[in-house]
Design a protein around this ligand. Structure first.
Ligand code: GTP
Ligand code: MG
Length: 297
């Protein structure tokens, strides 16, 4: 067989309940902080591709939003991203934590059962758990999905990550690469700016604030040493704008400091970041606005 015919590529979708560690796993496999990670549920809102390239293989990972029952239009779109990722997958990674024995959406659970993709059940966060409980959970999932590979992992500490990568490569179908071999993701630079700002908002504010926020970047000017960025944080109501900005602008300042730091790491350049807050009434239920923010599936 010719060398180029030996190339393997495939789509691997990571799905599961909110907060189980899907984004932590994708970043660990790719080796770059592509997806934002926070202790709050519904951190990820999009399907984000992370690409692992090797000499003879390309793994196209999809990080997806945690599975929830949608309450407003944006969440409908989030769940459509999950469904798309399920359809496209050559390999499906269904991620759970030790205590979990069900998916919040039964229909989706049935879809996983019917999927023709190779299935991994990854039991994550075992660094927090006792061996006996982990073993019990492995047995439970093996009984539900007899053909799946059930593996305990810790995405945070890296336990079983190199082994998982090898298992995935073994299962990849023969195929030329789907993306150029130096590409890491499908997302443009501005997406990572928006996400990095949203990550800080998830970290610094409680209750409904993080969920009422969307970020758009309307200026991204890169020169050899510095990137000048201007981003707008959209909230749904005037009261939220006040909370976000805080007394004398102090709260917003913290968001800016945090985002600048992580963007400097991400892009490897000095960052100049300007933040503005604007109101877009009920954007989470407004079709036009949702389209503008990339929830147009
Ligand atoms: N102790 C421990 N914590 C973990 C592990 N993996 C992820 N976490 C933590 O769990 C929290 C959620 O991680 P994420 O990767 O954002 O989870 P997610 O499934 O992408 O969450 P959503 O995007 O909200 O659905 C973060 O605080 C992570 O640091 C792990 O293996 N061990
Ligand atoms: Mg996530």
């Amino acid at each position: 067989m010719k060398e180029k015919n030996k190339h393997k590529s495939g789509f691997i979708s990571i799905i599961g309940n909110p907060n189980v560690g899907k984004s932590t796993l994708m970043n660990a496999l790719v080796g770059k902080e592509l997806s934002i990670i926070t202790p709050k549920a519904q951190t990820t809102r999009h399907r984000i591709l992370g690409i692992v390239n090797g000499k003879n293989f390309q793994i196209v990972l999809s990080d997806t939003p945690g599975i929830i029952k949608p309450a407003y239009k944006m969440q409908n779109s989030m769940m459509n991203f999950v469904k798309e990722a399920l359809i496209d997958a050559d390999i499906l990674i269904f991620m759970v934590t030790v205590e979990e024995t069900e998916l919040k959406d039964e229909k989706l659970f049935e879809r996983i059962k019917k999927s023709k993709a190779s299935l991994f059940i990854l039991i994550n966060k075992i660094d927090l758990s006792r061996q006996k409980l982990v073993e019990k959970t492995v047995k439970y999932w093996e009984s539900i999905f007899p053909t799946a590979k059930v593996c305990p992992i810790s995405a945070l500490t890296g336990f079983f990550i190199p082994e998982l990568l090898d298992l995935i490569i073994e299962l990849l179908p023969l195929s030329p690469p789907y993306f150029p071999k130096d590409q890491l993701t499908d997302r443009p630079e501005r997406f990572f700016v928006n996400e990095s700002i949203r990550e800080q908002i998830l970290k610094h504010y409680d209750k409904e604030i993080p969920y009422s926020v969307e970020v758009i970047t309307d200026e991204f000017i890169e020169s050899s040493k510095i990137i000048k960025i201007r981003s707008i944080i959209l909230v749904e109501r005037e009261t939220q704008k006040g909370i976000l900005i805080g007394h004398k602008g102090n709260a917003l300042k913290q968001v800016g400091i945090g985002a600048r730091k992580s963007l400097q790491n991400f892009f490897g350049k000095k960052i100049h970041l300007e933040l503005f807050v604007k109101i877009s009434k009920n954007w989470r239920s407004n079709n036009k606005e949702l389209k503008r923010f990339g929830y147009n599936n």
